[in-house]
Design a protein around this ligand. Structure first.
Ligand code: ATP
Length: 341
């Protein structure tokens, strides 16, 4: 079998990540090889459930987020991302289970605990009548760790108009104000729910640069559908589906285990009854066979191919973007739901 386009696992995604860190002249955060269950967790969700009357939003969610990670929480609409974040921030109470955030049970989160935690949400309410300067001066009073120099730097960096009232700011500017007010006290943990939605690419880029640069060693939890952005700076990805965690792993490991496989055979193959469970979306209707390998390992994948199809004249194993991986998993889940129905 001739195999082309074989790349080192992780090349694509770590390349994107490297670009943004290089532009910022930063070293990527070291991704620790210690298993995550040995690492201290900034966030720990245990068997978390949440029911809204007849809607089951979280169904026994377990999740550990290691300190120092940049954790991207992804999943289809309605998967439960915002609900989980609101429980963490003590805005909502869980129906059962436990949420630990830094040193606190989330139900005890109040007062000074918020000096260690920053929270930015898509629909964040701001006191509309305040100017940018007045707002930052007001918020400053609540945080002993507030860094005036960093505040000035953020206002300049984000090009915020100091004298303009918050109600007169554009969506992107409001997000920048919210972010500045959360970064300036240097929280240990920054939680952001859909921070990029509705923002133009330039503003997104500025926000990401600032988050990565200014967050220092803080742990970041970001829920977003902007997978291109997530891919550029997250160290870990957690995928939520129907209120449960489907997987949580390092971005580089996720990137290395997914491949879009294409095989050129002599003729359309006849398929055996069972195929490897790790193969997704197999199209074997012609002599060109395509599928997604979700547990790519060169030797094992090749031997599975030879066992099932015989020698292929030509084979490619293309790395996949986070967006393509997301689409493959989401389509798989939808098809499984339709089969069950
Ligand atoms: P999206 O990506 O669309 O923002 P999400 O993953 O953040 O979605 P949630 O907003 O947490 O998902 O919603 C999870 C489920 O809970 C959905 O079915 C939603 O309709 C439901 N839900 C959320 N808030 C409420 C509420 N206040 N009352 C009833 N159901 C709710």
């Amino acid at each position: 079998m001739s195999v082309e386009n074989r790349v080192n696992p992780g090349t694509l995604l770590s390349g994107a990540t490297t670009q943004i860190f290089a532009r910022l002249n930063l070293q990527p955060r070291p991704v620790c090889d210690i298993p995550f269950w040995f690492m201290p967790s900034a966030i720990l969700l245990e068997d978390l459930t949440k029911r809204y009357r007849d809607v089951s939003a979280l169904n026994g969610l377990n999740l550990a987020i290691a300190e120092g990670s940049i954790f991207g929480l992804v999943g289809p609409n309605g998967a439960g991302k915002t609900t989980a974040i609101k429980i963490l921030m003590n805005i909502l109470h869980a129906s059962s289970g436990r949420a630990q955030i830094l040193d606190w049970d989330s139900r005890e989160l109040a007062g000074s605990a918020f000096c260690s935690i920053g929270y930015v949400s898509e629909n964040q309410k701001l006191p509309e009548w305040m100017t940018v300067t007045y707002f930052l001066a007001y918020v400053r009073n609540f945080y002993p760790t507030w860094d005036r120099d960093l505040e000035r730097e953020l206002v300049k960096r984000f090009d915020l108009p100091p004298k303009r009232k918050l109600k007169k700011l554009s969506r992107g500017m409001r997000m920048k104000v919210a972010l500045a007010s959360s970064l300036a006290y240097r929280p240990r943990l920054l939680v952001m729910d859909e921070p990029f939605s509705g923002l133009d690419p330039l503003v997104r880029d500025e926000l990401i640069e600032c988050i990565v640069q200014r967050a220092g060693d803080a742990t970041l939890l970001i829920s977003s559908h902007d997978l291109g952005e997530m891919e550029s700076f997250a160290t870990h990805i957690g995928y939520l589906e129907a209120g449960q965690l489907r997987f949580s792993e390092e971005l580089r490991s996720l990137a290395s285990r997914f491949r879009q496989v294409e095989l050129a055979l002599g003729a359309a193959p006849s398929l055996p009854g069972t195929l490897p469970e790790s193969w997704m979306h197999l199209d074997a209707s012609s002599s060109t066979v395509r599928f997604i390998e979700s547990q790519y390992d060169r030797d094992r994948t090749e031997s599975d191919i030879v066992r099932i199809f015989g020698e292929a004249a030509h084979a490619t194993y293309a790395p996949m973007s986070l967006r393509s991986i997301f689409l493959a998993i989401a389509r798989d889940a939808r098809a499984a739901g339709e089969n069950r129905a």
